[in-house]
Design a protein around this ligand. Structure first.
Ligand SMILES: Cc1ncc(COP(=O)(O)O)c(C=O)c1O
Length: 369
């Protein structure tokens, strides 16, 4: 649904009286390097594409995407971001009961609510760093016909290994598993973790172009789904749901596997360096806890006496937008999420966090150690 997301730089800009572009948006989990400059040049040169209707079923980019991943195009559908597909799935499958493995992205729950599908949450334990326990999921999923599993997960950053997901899906053949891999390109060795090549009949994989290529404004995502489930989705496909510029962008990206691979590899290596640096910096100076993450954002637990709205306000006053995680089912106002940006922006954000921590120690609202 409309509320419950990060990334509202417009509202913050209005509130503090600056331009949206003056804000460092560390609430939206998009590639700190992207978009690829050559892609922007290409789109600029092809703006005239908007003068014609796009391909009605986005068939050309479905083929290009399938070639890129070595999968059958008959098993792929494009959408106006994965968001359109997330909201489509519970309705198109006629799901009776869903399970959401959390704490996680709220749209799975909202998509179920919008389609009157009862939905339970299975909340992973903080003491396990929110790493899902597959046996607990298996038991919880036994009464559901639809399970949402975000991998790597937003906002916890946990990554479940492919063999574990595979075994889970095999153990419950009558349950449909939707594996959301929107953040997988940021994880180490994504090719080893993806379920996109799986031929299991009960697995759907979501793939977003928004995060990895930093083109969330274009709105493009895909679902890879086996034949019997695709038959359920097809009658609900909307005409022209991927616009002309978005189709041009996907075609350009998917036709360039080598530069794309280099771009994503350098993204991963920068993220690794930045994650280590930030975690060490915060760990040495504060009692803010950074959870291990396989992706481009870090979930943090604040010490007692410091809450997420306070940190959010402090950062916002300094034109940095972070994610207050209070409204994630299974989290509380003790959690924030910071999405990594350039080294300079990351450094400034972590300095501000440390400063706020020290101010609160001085005020006596939190203990130093
Ligand atoms: C886990 C996850 N999946 C899907 C989406 C939706 O992405 P899009 O509709 O841009 O593909 C988001 C957006 O934040 C997300 O965090």
């Amino acid at each position: 649904m409309i509320s419950g997301h990060g990334g509202n730089i417009y509202e913050l800009a209005h509130r503090i009286g600056c331009r949206p572009s003056d804000i460092s948006d560390m609430s939206a989990n998009v590639n700190p390097l992207g978009p690829m400059p050559e892609l922007i040049d290409y789109l600029r040169a092809n703006m005239s594409a908007i003068a014609a209707l796009p391909e009605v079923d986005a068939g050309g980019i479905v083929k290009a995407f399938s070639r890129f991943y070595g999968i059958d195009p008959r098993h792929v559908m494009a959408g106006n971001g994965t968001t359109q597909l997330i909201y489509l799935i519970p309705r198109a499958l006629g799901a009776k009961k869903a399970l959401v493995v959390g704490p996680t992205y709220s749209d799975y729950r909202d998509a179920c609510a919008m389609n009157q599908v009862p939905c339970d949450h299975l909340i992973c334990r903080e003491k396990d760093d929110f790493v899902p326990d597959m046996e607990t999921i298996r038991k919880g999923a036994a009464t559901a016909d639809l399970v949402f599993l975000c991998n790597p997960n937003n906002p916890t950053g946990t990554l479940v290994k492919r063999p574990d997901i595979d075994a889970l899906c095999r153990s419950l053949p009558d349950t449909v598993f939707v594996v959301d891999e929107s953040y997988l390109p940021f994880a180490p060795m994504p090719a080893d973790a993806t379920m996109i090549g799986s031929d299991l009949p009960n697995v759907m994989v979501l793939n977003s172009m928004s995060k990895a290529f930093r083109i969330p404004g274009l709105r493009i995502g895909f679902v890879k789904t086996p034949e019997p489930l695709m038959q359920g989705l097809t009658p609900f496909a909307l005409p022209w749901s991927v616009n002309s510029l978005a189709q041009a962008a996907v075609q350009w990206l998917m036709d360039r596997p080598e530069p794309v691979d280099r771009f994503l590899s350098s993204t991963r290596s920068i993220l690794e360096t930045e994650k280590t640096r930030i975690e060490e910096y915060i760990h040495q100076r504060t009692r803010i806890r950074c959870f291990p993450t396989a992706t481009s954002f870090i979930l943090m637990r604040l010490p007692d006496g410091l809450d997420a709205p306070t940190v959010w306000r402090h950062m916002a006053d300094n034109r940095i937008l972070i994610r207050d995680c209070s409204n994630f089912t299974g989290l509380s106002d003790a959690f924030i999420r910071i999405s990594l940006k350039t080294e300079k922006e990351n450094h400034r954000a972590t300095e501000l966090l440390v400063q706020l921590f020290r101010d609160h120690v001085k005020m006596g609202t939190i203990h130093e150690f």
